[in-house]
Design a protein around this ligand. Structure first.
Ligand SMILES: [Zn+2]
Length: 365
């Protein structure tokens, strides 16, 4: 299996397949169907949330040989060339590498010419805030009187650096960061369609590592499958990402909840075989505790694996563990040994547990 197969194969081909950006999808699909196109769109948002993908889909909608449509055919030569990134009337410009005014001028000079193959020329200017002032002026002139056959798609991670004169001429959309849930669900869908065996617990780890970017998630997924020789296996995924199996953290918390110190140390021993990064273990524990607290206080169900912990830990315990865990994470470099620091944090959580402090005192009496 090739490393990039899934990432390329599952790149959204039309707006209906675009995951997590429904507000953008609806606005653009409506504009296309009602033939009320704007000349300039500004997409803001972090990396990997789909700017290039949207530009390509938009360009297909406008130029598909079946006519202007919100559902481009995906098979005509125009659609194929756009998908492959070699369509002459889709001009992708990375402003981060082209900041000189001559470069922008050279591009904008050609705006007046009709498209060579399609109905519309689509200009995607990525990181548009990196353009110099004089380049902005050149762009602004074009935006003031755009030729009818041109659509500008401007993208930036930093809209505050754009002059108001440019902002005011664009229809602005904020592209949302993908939530871990969105990413995990989408990956699960793909793996199902591809009939790739998947061990439980892999997808949340990949979704977290992708940090809001579906593109990163897909390439991590491809790597993980290559690592696992065609399957998604937990040890390979944790190994690859330097993550730990959340199961260890749950085992430790479960043993802490029933105050079983032997079971706590047995779980730590099992985890230690994987040579984990204890800062990451603590981070994972904090994030579990956060989800448990939300579930307890907001009565909002979390992942089913945490159900039992949500029942047996009191809200007081959860708050206390979180507090101690946070400090332990900060202080970990001060411990002579990371595992030692981690064990002390766990013991401290148990020693200060309000319910148990009470009961051990009552035992003494
Ligand atoms: Zn087509």
């Amino acid at each position: 299996m090739s490393y990039t197969v899934l990432a390329r194969k599952w790149r959204p081909q039309n707006f209906q397949q675009l995951v997590g950006q429904e507000h953008v999808q609806r606005a653009i699909v409506n504009a296309i169907e009602q033939q009320r196109l704007h000349h300039a769109y500004l997409f803001t948002g972090t990396r990997g949330v789909g700017k290039t993908t949207i530009a390509r889909i938009f360009s297909k909608c406008l130029n598909c040989e079946t006519g202007i449509t919100s559902t481009p055919c995906g098979s005509c030569s125009t659609c194929t060339e756009i998908d492959e990134g070699r369509f002459v009337d889709l001009l992708e410009i990375d402003a981060a590498s082209r900041t000189k005014v001559e470069d922008t001028r050279e591009i904008l000079d050609n705006v007046q010419y009709r498209p060579s193959r399609g109905r519309y020329k689509v200009y995607l200017i990525d990181e548009v805030h990196m353009l110099s002032n004089s380049s902005f002026n050149a762009l602004l002139k074009t935006l003031e009187e755009p030729p009818p056959h041109v659509v500008f798609l401007l993208a930036t991670t930093d809209p505050q650096k754009l002059p108001v004169t440019v902002l005011s001429r664009c229809l602005q959309f904020h592209l949302k960061r993908m939530t871990e849930e969105h990413i995990a669900n989408h990956l699960a869908h793909i793996l199902g369609e591809e009939s790739i065996p998947t061990e439980e617990g892999c997808l949340p780890i990949i979704a977290r590592a992708a940090d809001g970017s579906m593109r990163d998630a897909l390439s991590l997924l491809d790597q993980a499958i290559a690592f696992g020789a065609g399957e998604l296996k937990l040890p390979e995924v944790t190994d690859m990402l330097g993550a730990i199996d959340q199961g260890f953290v749950r085992d430790i918390l479960s043993a802490m909840a029933v105050n079983d110190v032997d079971a706590v140390f047995a779980a730590i021993d099992r985890m230690a075989e994987f040579n984990p990064d204890y800062r990451k273990v603590l981070a994972e524990m904090l994030s579990c505790l956060h989800r448990i607290a939300v579930s307890q206080m907001a009565n909002k169900p979390v992942s089913s694996e945490l159900d039992e912990l949500t029942q047996i830990l009191s809200p007081n315990d959860v708050q206390l563990f979180y507090q101690i865990g946070g400090h332990a994470r900060r202080d970990l470099p001060l411990s002579p040994d990371a595992r030692e620091g981690f064990e002390m944090a766990v013991l401290r959580m148990m020693a200060f547990r309000p319910d148990l402090v009470g009961s051990s005192e009552s035992k003494k009496k």
